[in-house]
Each structure stands twice: as C-alpha cells, then as structure tokens.
Design a binder for this molecule. Structure first.
Ligand SMILES: Nc1nc2c(ncn2[C@@H]2O[C@H](COP(=O)(O)OP(=O)(O)OP(=O)(O)O)[C@@H](O)[C@H]2O)c(=O)[nH]1
Ligand SMILES: [Mg+2]
Length: 191
C-alpha cells in the first residue's frame, strides 16, 4: 500500500454535513490522548496533518481526510477524558453512538485505538460493544507499544485478544512507525 496523497477535507460537527460524495471510510475511535491523531499522521507520514497535542479532550468534531483521492480517514473525538463535565461526556457518548450507527457512513473498518502500555479500560470495552452492536468491523490497534516494560506490553496485547473477541489486534507505535505495514495491509489490502 502506497499513500501518494492525503488532505484535510472538513471538520464535521453534529450529525449533518458529512462529506460528499460518500466514500469508503476508516474511522479512528479511542480514548482521549491514546494517540488517534498521531496514528493518522504516522499512516500518511506527515508530521501534522491530523492535529495532535498533549491537551486532552479538546477535539469535539470529526475531522475528515481524503487519502489517495479515493477514501476517507475520520479522526473522532476521544472519549474517557476524566475532566470533561458530565453533560459533555453524555453528549460525546451520544455523538459516537450516532456515528457508529448511521449507515450512511460506509465504514470499511472501525479502528479502536487502545493503549498497549496501560491496557483496556471499561470505556474501551463499551465502545467495542457499541461498534459490534451495529455490525461494524473492528480492528484493535495497540498503540504506544514503544512505552513501558516490554513484558507488560506483550501481556496487555495478549489480553486484548480475549477482551475484544474476533477482532484482529495489531501492535503499533505512532512514534516509531512499528506495525505500519501490518496496519496498511489489513485496512487497504487491495492497494
Ligand atoms: N511514546 C509514544 N507517544 C505517543 C504515541 N502516539 C501518541 N503519542 C503521544 O500521545 C499524546 C496524545 O497523542 P494524540 O495523537 O494527540 O492523541 P489523540 O488520541 O488524538 O487525543 P484526542 O484528540 O485528545 O482524543 C501526544 O503527546 C503524542 O505525542 C506512541 O505511539 N508512542
Ligand atoms: Mg486527536
């Protein structure tokens, strides 16, 4: 898989204004700060296409990117940010549920980014259950595998396989690019 172009299309707020035309889409779900935007940057090998930062819980819109002029990547707002006020947390949960459920969105894959250093949280399990409920194809991306003790990372990745039954699990690091070929071959095998 070779990526020859990637550009920002638009930020979607609310349930209207999805980009037209509808195209095959790979969407990135995950806790705030788990590295969704960094993973997207590592895929397209651009430093700052998707906005990544250390201030968690900021992004509330869905950022759409067009890759190779043919399919979309969607960078979703992160869930599980502890400091988010309750009302916003509920709103965000509803928003992600809508996205998972709306069949106008042609999701070829929902990539659930989890933290390989700390393991899965309840919010990750809930998001997995939500995606499965709507029949979405889910891939578990164990990001930040460059961090922490090697043994702990290996144990966590092993646990992901039983915590997220039926989903492929890929060991990844947005920082080093480890796992990139594996990920691209799984997401876009036809390229
Ligand atoms: N060591 C290491 N750090 C990473 C990795 N991926 C992301 N980070 C760091 O983690 C922090 C959060 O990364 P983001 O890409 O902004 O995370 P996000 O999931 O997009 O966060 P939200 O948009 O707030 O939901 C940044 O400081 C990144 O540099 C990784 O694979 N390894
Ligand atoms: Mg982000």
């Amino acid at each position: 898989m070779k990526i020859h172009s990637a550009k920002f299309i638009k930020g979607v707020i609310g349930s209207e204004g999805l980009p037209e035309p509808s195209r095959p889409t790979v969407a990135f779900f995950g806790r705030s700060n788990v590295g969704k935007s960094s993973v997207i940057n590592s895929i397209v090998q651009r430093k700052d296409l998707a906005h990544s930062n250390s201030r968690a819980g900021r992004t509330t819109e869905i950022n759409y990117f067009l890759v190779n002029d043919s399919w979309y990547i969607a960078d979703l707002p992160g869930y599980g940010y502890a400091k988010l006020p309750e009302t916003l947390r509920i709103k965000l949960g509803k928003y992600l549920s809508w996205y998972a459920a709306d069949m106008r969105i042609n999701l070829t894959w929902a990539v659930l980014v989890v933290d390989a250093e700390v393991g899965a949280k309840n919010s990750d399990r809930e998001t997995f259950a939500l995606l499965k409920e709507y029949g979405r194809k889910v891939l578990i991306l164990a990001n930040k595998s460059d961090k922490g003790k090697r043994n702990d990372v290996t144990k966590n990745i092993y646990a992901f396989k039983s915590e997220f039954p039926g989903a492929p699990v890929i060991r990844y690091s947005a920082k080093t690019g480890d796992g990139r070929n594996d990920l691209l071959d799984t997401l876009w095998p036809e390229y």
